[in-house]
Design a protein. Sequence first.
Length: 127
Amino acid sequence: MDNMDTGNLGIMAGIIISLGFFGMIFGVIYLYKRERMAMIERGMDPRRYKPQSAPYQTLKWGLLLIGAGLGLFLANILCRTVFKTTDYDDAGNVAIYFALISLFGGLGLFTSYRMEKKETTNNPVQE
């Protein structure tokens, strides 16, 4: 690979990225059409079936992001007060950032799960 200069490498990357992008678009359209044809073959009307909305999706994302933000904030406070680091180039306390973001993000998802479960047990869907 030493003989290959960066110009050729850039051209190859551009070609590969372009082919990958168009292949992905083709695959998505092909699978969409194939799904619609399978529905028609089974006697179903594809226009009647729309993606169903998930009513608690916003709650789940909101609590996840609140938890991750709270974890990031707490990690920053801990690094400045307990560990006494003010230099942002110091990578000594990176693990506490990942740990607290994951911990509080997980707590947010768990809270979302508990709220959804409580709501569905109180209001069962009648069919």
